[in-house]
Write a protein that binds this ligand. Structure first.
Ligand code: XIL
Length: 443
């Protein structure tokens, strides 16, 4: 009897394995399998035309990714084309697809100065009327999908590098004033309390005047208690783009505000016709950006803006450039795909592990393995100065004075990143108070 069961389950295992490898085209396991082993989210933007017409396009999406976002379907001009008339057909189709394939769905975007319908841009509205339009739009759209959107890009591209840091050429800024940003976040929280609420922008990944303006805006919002949870870096970058210290520095200052980070629209464009080494250069950029996100505790997900060069906004918006995505025109994986996959797999090997954490007087002591002298410790997403407590075997790390940062009853997330950039799984630590401290690894 026992034998029968195990033979049956072996056959079941074998069959499902073959089905999986068959369905993943040329024996690929997809990006989503190693991503999920890391509790990481890897996604792509969806273009509705091939989504409706091309089965290979849909299958590739479902096999490779565990997050999708609509390239255009949730934007104001498409979902709310006339006053009082909403068109949910495409958005509904994506919600159904995501749920059918156990994928997370990012909602993009509720408030933006572009892709607004003519009834908005050509209308004359008082401030009060514009606020009502904003409220109705957010309540209706975010309310309809309440509980089914993982994260909303509530506000997109509101920042400019000028004195007050706000983009002026926006209907929302002109009619409502800068307060529209906080209003939008509050309305979104009311409409869907469980969605992670993002502020999303471009050219804000490095340390520069635009990312400083984004940082100022988010500092203000969090200080005022506005319900903002995350920052999106679009990252439409050229091949050859490299991750530098400034990107880590920026991720850290955002993390210190208590915000999570996602790379929301990555593509890596190539000047056409492509030079012989262009695809390798592009792959190196994809590898570095993926490795960056996997090694920064605040970075939750990486989403590419499309996945096949056959359907990409780049050639139309960056004349003379193209081939920016992971799959070629025939939906075959490119070197960039292998680079992302390699970065995902590498992040799983030899990760540091936290086994135990406890308060010792004023300090926090972390025990585990895979630590080294260059290990960094993160308490929530804030980087701490840690030192190896007992050099023998490098199995302990000490954060001096950290006890004061964890009041009794509070749960914090701990991560250790080793010197070679490997991030431990999240370890949740609850301080119970009287020495009976408790913790566990979530994965
Ligand atoms: C782009 C889409 O890809 C195009 O199809 C559309 O014509 C214009 O918008 N930043 C964003 C995205 O936040 O919404 C934009 O998407 C690309 C730049």
């Amino acid at each position: 009897m026992k034998l029968r069961i195990s033979v049956t389950s072996f056959i079941t295992l074998f069959v499902s394995f073959s089905v999986l490898s068959l369905s993943a085209g040329a024996g690929r396991e997809g990006l989503r399998a190693p991503a999920l082993d890391r509790e990481f989210y890897i996604g792509a933007a969806v273009d509705m035309k091939p989504f409706h017409e091309d089965e290979v396009y849909r299958n590739t999406l479902a096999e490779e990714f565990n997050v999708i976002v609509a390239e255009n379907a949730f934007k104001f001009e498409n979902i709310h084309p006339e006053r009082g008339r909403y068109d949910f057909a495409d958005a509904d189709a994506l919600v159904a697809f995501a749920s059918e394939h156990a994928m997370k769905l990012r909602g993009h975007t509720l408030v933006w100065h572009r892709q607004l319908p003519a009834w908005i841009t050509g209308g004359e509205f008082t401030r009060e009327e514009a606020i009502e339009i904003l409220r109705d739009h957010i309540e209706t759209v975010a309310g309809r999908y309440r509980g089914r959107i993982w994260a909303w890009d509530v506000v997109n591209e509101a920042v400019e590098a000028n004195e007050d840091g706000f983009r002026r050429d926006s209907f929302w800024y002109r009619t409502i004033g800068p307060e529209y940003v906080q209003m939008a976040f509050e309305m979104a929280r009311n409409a869907d309390p469980d969605a992670i609420l993002y502020y999303n922008d471009f050219d804000n990944e490095g340390m520069n005047s635009r990312s400083n303006a984004v940082y100022r805006l988010l500092s203000d919002l969090t200080r005022r208690g506005a319900p903002v949870d995350g920052v999106g870096w679009q990252m439409h970058v050229p091949a050859g783009f490299r991750i530098k210290n400034q990107h880590r520095e920026n991720a850290r200052r955002l993390g210190a505000l208590g915000l999570e980070l996602s790379i929301t629209e990555l593509d890596v464009r190539i000047r056409m016709p492509a030079a012989p080494d262009a695809y390798a250069k592009q792959a190196a950029t994809y590898r570095e950006v993926t490795g960056f996100c996997l090694s920064e505790p605040a970075c939750r997900s990486l989403v590419t803006w499309g996945f096949t060069d056959r359907h990409s906004w780049i050639p139309a918006f960056f004349p003379g450039e193209g081939d920016a995505l992971l799959f070629d025109n025939d939906l075959q994986p490119k070197p960039a795909y292998e680079a992302v996959r390699g970065a995902l797999r590498a992040s799983l090997l030899g990760r540091p592990q936290i086994r135990e954490a406890r308060i010792e007087g004023r300090d926090l002591l972390i025990a585990g393995g895979g630590f080294d002298r260059k290990s960094a410790v993160f308490l929530d997403w804030r980087r701490q100065n840690a030192s190896v407590a007992k050099a023998k075997g490098n199995t302990m790390l000490l954060i001096r004075g950290a006890a004061a940062r964890i009041p009794p009853g509070q749960t914090v997330s701990l991560y250790v990143r080793s010197g070679d950039g490997k991030l431990s799984p999240e370890f949740r630590f609850t301080r119970t108070g009287d020495g009976a401290d408790d913790g566990n690894t979530t994965k």
